[in-house]
Design a protein around this ligand. Structure first.
Ligand code: AMP
Length: 221
């Protein structure tokens, strides 16, 4: 069975971190729609220019743009062995369109990983993190031992605070999550797909172990 995973949860629950670990372990592609958009922003493409304004406010890029990006990406060779979608779908419309895309690709078996963390901890985590513009890592400020040096790729002077990690923007992102993205979970709960729910307040290692244990049972690996 092709491994087609969705990783779901509010901003700051650790989706990106877990998605990378899972992708490495299962040897599948990590598709982060946020990363794809940030790359378009840094390359100043037409889509990037549009996305920049929306992302800085913590709002959602229109569904038709996102669906186009995901449709194109899932058809790429890098996804042939499976993939984990991180940050998509974020609206019920996107979830419905993903169903269509999977039908087109003749592979509609998906598994959803749902990471749960309470709002207070999310705000604390998001306002306490930086991003390395060299390697794309998202880092907790506590993990940065030498000021200005990325602990992952060692680049110096590349650590920034994402504009969408400012407190006011975080609140907006959480409200949008609650209104537009949470209904996506109900959408999938009505379907008979495998859903793995995990407590994201635990350590990165513990969360990862729980997810991998469940995935091993499901995919027989
Ligand atoms: P992320 O890195 O997943 O937190 O995404 C950063 C930002 O990119 C979000 O706050 C949105 O503005 C935009 N974005 C990423 N994925 C989507 C999506 N599936 N639909 C709409 N906007 C998105």
């Amino acid at each position: 069975m092709k491994k087609q995973l969705l990783i779901f949860g509010a901003p700051g629950v650790g989706k990106g971190t877990q998605a990378k670990l899972i992708a490495d372990k299962l040897e599948i592609a990590h598709i982060s729609t946020g990363d794809i958009l940030r790359e378009a922003v840094s390359k100043e493409t037409e889509m990037g220019k549009l996305a920049k304004v929306i992302m800085e406010k913590g709002e959602l890029v229109p569904d038709n743009i996102m669906i186009g990006i995901v449709r194109d990406t899932l058809k790429e060779d890098k996804c042939s062995n499976g993939y984990i979608l991180d940050g998509f779908p974020r609206t019920v419309k996107q979830a419905e369109m993903l169903d269509e895309i999977l039908k087109e690709l003749n592979s509609n078996d998906i598994c959803l990983i749902n990471i749960e963390v309470d709002n207070k901890l999310i705000i604390q985590r998001l306002s306490n993190r930086k991003m390395c513009t060299n390697c794309g890592s998202i880092l907790s400020i506590d993990a940065i031992e030498e000021p200005e040096r990325c602990p992952k790729c060692k680049a110096v002077g590349k650590l920034i605070k994402r504009k969408d990690d400012e407190v006011e923007v975080i609140k907006n992102r959480l409200e949008i999550y609650h209104n537009l993205t949470e209904p996506v979970l109900s959408y999938y709960k009505k379907k008979s797909i495998k859903i793995i729910s995990v407590d994201g307040s635990k350590t990165i290692g513990d969360v990862n172990l729980t997810i991998l244990r469940e995935l091993k049972g499901y995919y027989n690996i």
